[in-house]
Design a binder for this molecule. Structure first.
Ligand SMILES: [Zn+2]
Ligand SMILES: [Zn+2]
Length: 180
């Protein structure tokens, strides 16, 4: 994140703490700074590993708690998709993601057309939609590149994932077609 945007976000964090009577601790500030420096949507454990290099005495539980506080304050966002570890995102305005099915890398994507889709009518289900973001799943450039001669383990694995993805999408299409 650009230094100006970063310091603006830190100010926003301090303001939010003051408003809610929460102390601006070095721990909270450090965790936030580390997230703002990353664009790879880290998991809580990855944040913990990094924070430990600056604050060795901070426990894993405290890092988890601080992350939750930052999300509650609206300073960072939590990205959830079922079956995967929660990832944290410094970008809080609406955007979407490209998710690599092989290495689980998450890339940001911004496209106004995706911000303006018609929301489905879910009134009958009693569900209230607050917001949405779209995940496009596939393979990142590293994982999609064709295997070198002899094929190292990673690229062989990527090939398997590609095959599996093709199988799944075939199955899903079939299912969709068979719906009345
Ligand atoms: Zn990948
Ligand atoms: Zn993102």
């Amino acid at each position: 994140m650009e230094p100006v945007a970063k310091s603006r976000r830190i100010e926003q964090f301090e303001q939010a703490c003051r408003t809610r009577g929460l102390p601006v601790t070095t721990q909270r500030r450090t965790v936030l700074e580390m997230i703002l420096e990353r664009e790879d949507h880290p998991t809580a454990d990855q944040v913990y590993e990094q924070v430990r290099t600056r604050l060795p005495s901070l426990s894993r539980t405290s890092v988890y708690r601080i992350l939750d506080t930052l999300v509650r304050l609206g300073i960072i966002a939590k990205i959830c998709h079922p079956g995967a570890a929660t990832r944290f995102d410094p970008k809080i305005r609406q955007h979407h993601h490209l998710i690599c099915m092989h290495c689980e890398k998450i890339l940001d994507i911004e496209d106004q057309r995706l911000d303006n889709i018609t929301r489905p009518n879910v009134r009958g289900s009693g569900f209230t939609i607050h917001d949405y973001h779209i995940h496009f799943r596939g393979l990142c450039a590293d994982c999609a590149s064709p295997p070198r001669k002899g094929g190292d383990a990673a690229s062989v694995k990527a090939k398997q994932v590609r095959k599996k993805a093709a199988r799944i999408s075939k199955r899903t299409n079939k299912k969709r077609r068979s719906k009345p």
